[in-house]
Design a protein around this ligand. Structure first.
Ligand code: SAM
Length: 347
């Protein structure tokens, strides 16, 4: 039977597993105005060649230069703020943890694929000062104020040549919010497994892009449902499918990982839940989802689906009012999926 989460829930419980039902707060009211308004062996400072920083600009947003066009979302400050907000939301859901895999107290080498602003890698390096944490990304958008055991590198984890040719194996590889960034996830998992030490862990953390509800208000989220379908369709045409989070577990098993675990949390979009902690989490997530609309739609819907920017903007205006509608009890699902490379000789 489904568990009911209400304001009487245990303090500190700000996330739900999929069997919980979120109780809506009928009293909720909030403004409807849209708030739209180095390498691993080197030092943390980059030598930035023009191929890395000659950014492209399109429809008012800035896009990466290295392997131009390989990734659909912008890399400007607006997008960096969104990524940091997303990390904050994930940490609330994970009750302050940075990951779920049982990596033990002394990881020596950690790799963060598609590190974005690098906030996860920085936090990881702080938490494990004896570990070396390397974050890699197509964009050099990471802070210069980083712990001495944290390194950033501009690189392409889908590079056809030797990105995966590391000198020493890793204890832990983390892949955060990479849905829509990877051409061939099973191949990535294989390369990662080859790069882990025996017994080392791989972990995905990612939101399912489609909206969910436990009542019939999903029927009224017409634009939200359509948007997630359009983004998925465009991402398939682009060659890097977005709607893949529910496949991670089986792909990890197929790639030969052991002790594969899938943990799913419901994360409300908006302040509609009754539970005060979920209400706060939902408000953060509503702001994040509003910010993600342009980031996810502009390039995919114009470049791939051929919409004009005016058509995209008109669609997003309708979608924003749905996201701000307190009567819709929409939530998303956060997937955390992790598994370990077999020990030598283990089947
Ligand atoms: C949605 S962001 C997630 C950032 C960060 N992991 C997080 O969870 O906040 C995806 C990141 O992956 C990077 N990325 C996409 N494709 C990549 C590739 N082939 N190689 C390296 N980084 C890539 C993008 O530049 C972007 O910073």
């Amino acid at each position: 039977m489904a568990k009911v989460k209400s304001s009487t829930s245990a303090p500190g419980s700000s996330s739900l597993d999929p069997t919980d039902i979120i109780v809506p707060d009928d009293e909720v009211d909030y403004q409807t105005a849209s708030p739209d308004n180095a390498s691993e062996t080197g030092s943390s400072s980059y030598s930035l060649s023009s191929s890395v920083v000659n950014y492209t600009y399109e429809n008012g947003r800035r896009y990466h230069a290295y392997r131009e066009g390989a990734y659909f979302a912008p890399n400007d400050e607006q997008e960096q703020a969104r990524m940091d907000l997303l990390q904050h939301i994930i940490r609330i859901v994970l009750k302050g943890d940075l990951f779920l895999a049982p990596i033990g107290p002394n990881p020596e080498r950690v790799l963060d694929l598609g590190t974005g602003t690098g906030i996860w890698a920085i936090n990881m390096a702080d938490e494990f000062p004896k570990a070396t944490v390397t974050g890699i990304d197509l964009s050099p958008i990471q802070s210069n104020w980083i712990p001495p055991n944290c390194y950033f590198q501009v690189d392409d984890f889908e590079s056809p040549w030797d990105f995966w040719d590391f000198k020493k194996p890793f204890d832990f590889i983390h892949a955060g919010n990479l849905a829509g960034s990877v051409k061939d996830v099973p191949n990535l998992l294989q390369r990662a497994k080859d790069t882990l030490r025996p017994g080392g862990w791989f972990e995905f953390v990612d939101f399912a892009p489609e909206p969910f509800a436990d009542d019939d208000t999903l029927n009224d989220a017409k634009y939200f449902r359509e948007w997630s379908k359009l983004c998925d369709e465009a991402s398939i045409k682009f060659g890097k499918r977005m709607n893949v989070t529910s496949f991670y577990k089986q792909w990890m098993i197929d790639a030969g990982y052991k002790d594969v675990n899938e943990v799913v949390h419901k994360v409300p979009v908006g302040r509609w839940p009754k539970d005060p902690k979920l209400k706060e989490l939902g408000e953060y997530f509503r702001l994040e989802v509003l910010e993600s609309l342009e980031a996810y739609s502009f390039a995919l819907m114009t470049r791939v689906l051929g919409w004009s920017i005016e058509e995209v903007q008109a669609f997003l205006t309708e979608l924003r009012s749905e996201i701000n509608n307190r009567k819709l009890h929409i939530y998303s699902k956060l997937y955390i999926v992790y598994g370990r490379k077999p020990e030598t000789g283990e089947n």
